[in-house]
Ligand binder design. Structure first.
Ligand SMILES: *[C@@H]1O[C@H](CO)[C@@H](O)[C@H](O)[C@H]1NC(C)=O
Length: 259
């Protein structure tokens, strides 16, 4: 985007100085016309590059849009989660890649306590994130194993993306354990089938490609694991989302904590 204005400025300056030096009665007319041709060529090349640059920028923007994560969707959905869960949003645990982004945002809001579990490495974490890890607010922890929290430590547990990288064998342990540490509910953000986002560099980080399961697959899974949908929360969430014309790019499941 920034290339466009700078090119047009250059073009403006070029035309101006050409107008100034052009003098038909000059003895070096041939040299001048050659210079003009040369400058013209530069302008054409500049133009071509500008266009291809623009196309590249557009392409990469499209890729970024296509490459959203459900963790970023948690942030978009947060106002509606608040409408659905009210006071229960005061003590939240978020679990998923890039959890720092969610925790930072939640901590900025009044009367919200937030913690995070980052299931993968934080090598590329920024300073704020490293500080959250240092303070123990965000933990780097393999979610294939029981979480280091007591039962019902949080009112609401929100998980995004992470479940897409777990096989059913581990899901069988991980999802009930997430429910265990929540007192009101568990909200799961997961990709829609057919929207695979796993790029090659990601594979080394997550260990296996993401597998997006259908809502009927998840429905059966929740029955098997003894989890019940929180119908009241679903209704309130959908009502407030519809009012604001919000549509999620991820599947969202609202489940009740165990009694
Ligand atoms: C997960 O648990 C359910 C019920 O508890 C069981 O039927 C299923 O075989 C388990 N899946 C795996 C892969 O262990």
């Amino acid at each position: 985007m920034s290339r466009r204005p700078s090119t047009s400025t250059q073009r403006g300056i070029g035309t101006g100085s050409l107008g100034g030096t052009f003098h038909p009665k000059s003895s070096s007319r041939r040299l001048l016309s050659k210079t003009l041709m040369f400058l013209g060529l530069i302008l054409i090349i500049g133009y071509t590059f500008r266009d291809s640059g623009g196309a590249q920028v557009k392409e990469s923007l499209a890729r970024i849009e296509d490459d959203f994560t459900c963790t970023s969707e948690v942030q978009r959905a947060m106002p509606y989660l608040k409408m659905a869960y009210g006071d229960s949003v005061h003590k939240v645990l978020h679990v998923g890649p890039d959890t720092c982004s969610v925790v930072e945002k939640l901590l900025k809001e009044e009367e919200t306590e937030a913690w995070g579990v980052e299931p993968y490495d934080t090598e590329d974490a920024d300073r704020n994130c490293r500080s959250l890890v240092h303070k123990g607010i965000v933990r780097v922890s393999d979610i294939k194993f029981p979480l280091p929290y007591r039962a019902k430590s949080f009112s609401l547990v929100v998980i995004s993306d992470a479940v897409d990288y777990l096989s059913p064998k581990y899901l069988n342990k991980t999802i009930p354990d997430l429910a265990r540490v929540s007192s009101t509910g568990l909200v799961i953000f997961t990709g829609y089938p057919g929207h695979s986002r796993a790029e090659v560099p990601e594979l080394s980080k997550f260990g296996r490609p993401a597998k997006m399961r259908s809502s009927s697959w998840w429905g059966k899974f929740f029955v098997q694991t003894g989890l019940v949908e929180n119908e009241a929360a679903v209704k309130k969430f959908e009502q407030s989302a519809t009012k604001s014309s919000y549509t999620s790019r991820c599947q969202i499941f609202h489940l009740k904590s165990y009694d």
